[in-house]
Design a protein around this ligand. Structure first.
Ligand code: ADP
Length: 223
């Protein structure tokens, strides 16, 4: 589903953030990306929906090359869940945030209404649909940001630190939600227990490289 081939990327100031990374992710698998601050995790996953384009090497997702002319197709395939839900929720009403993506795709209002209600109900957010996202609790905001991504029916979901700011109860709910999604999942996290509970494979990043890659139970056996 995801094929990364010899990817390198440097920021304009010369910082080499990704150094010749090759990685294949099969459809339906769940891969955790772990590593110290500055290892290159965010830079890597920001390539998966074309936010950054490869400096060298290539990426393809579902057989579609990530490049400027394919960005619309890539955005439909890959849902990116930002680290901070506030960056994903920007309208005055939760419902409008969930409807925003499908509206942008030009879907008609009646279809959007059906789809948005389904996703909001599945995430137990339907009663909150008229609330301003800013008034939601931290846990509610996290699930609301999931709703804005899942309503787009992505083939791949990329999650950047999805458990930050969650209490144990909501963390548990999030694990159940993530494990119920049959799509390809990439999770960047320092929360190794979350990775353990949700990922079948783990890549450890260090200095822009993948230092280790294997089954979760091998890689995190001494966690
Ligand atoms: P991680 O997500 O693992 O913490 P990042 O991908 O954020 O790592 O960062 C990788 C490297 O790129 C680090 O050395 C970081 O300082 C650098 N970096 C990140 N963003 C920028 C930027 N906008 N400009 C210059 N360097 C950056």
């Amino acid at each position: 589903m995801i094929s990364i081939e010899g990817l390198s990327f440097s920021y304009p100031d010369g910082t080499k953030a990704i150094d010749n990374v090759t990685l294949d992710v099969t459809e339906g698998s769940a891969v955790g990306i772990v590593g110290a601050n500055g290892a290159g995790k965010s830079t890597l996953v920001n390539h998966l929906n074309g936010y950054y384009l490869p400096g060298a090497g290539s990426i393809s997702i579902g057989g579609i090359k990530v490049c400027r002319k394919n960005l619309d197709r890539i955005h439909k395939l890959v849902g990116l869940l930002f680290q901070n839900p506030d960056d994903q929720l920007f309208t005055a009403r939760l419902y409008d945030d969930v409807a925003f993506g499908p509206e942008n795709l030009g879907m008609n209002r009646a279809d959007i209404a059906i789809l948005a209600e389904k996703v909001l109900r599945e995430l137990n957010l339907w009663e909150l649909r008229d609330k301003p996202p800013a008034h939601l609790s931290q846990g509610q905001k996290r699930f609301a940001s999931f709703a804005t991504v899942l309503v787009m029916k992505p083939d791949v979901i990329v999650m950047d630190e999805p458990t930050s700011d969650l209490d144990p109860k909501n963390r548990r709910k999030l694990i159940n939600l993530v494990n119920s999604l049959g799509i390809t999942k990439i999770t960047v996290s320092h929360d190794l227990d979350f990775i353990w509970d949700t990922c079948d494979r783990v890549c450890i990043m260090n200095n822009g490289c993948i230092a280790a890659d294997g089954q979760t139970r091998e890689i995190l056996s001494d966690r």
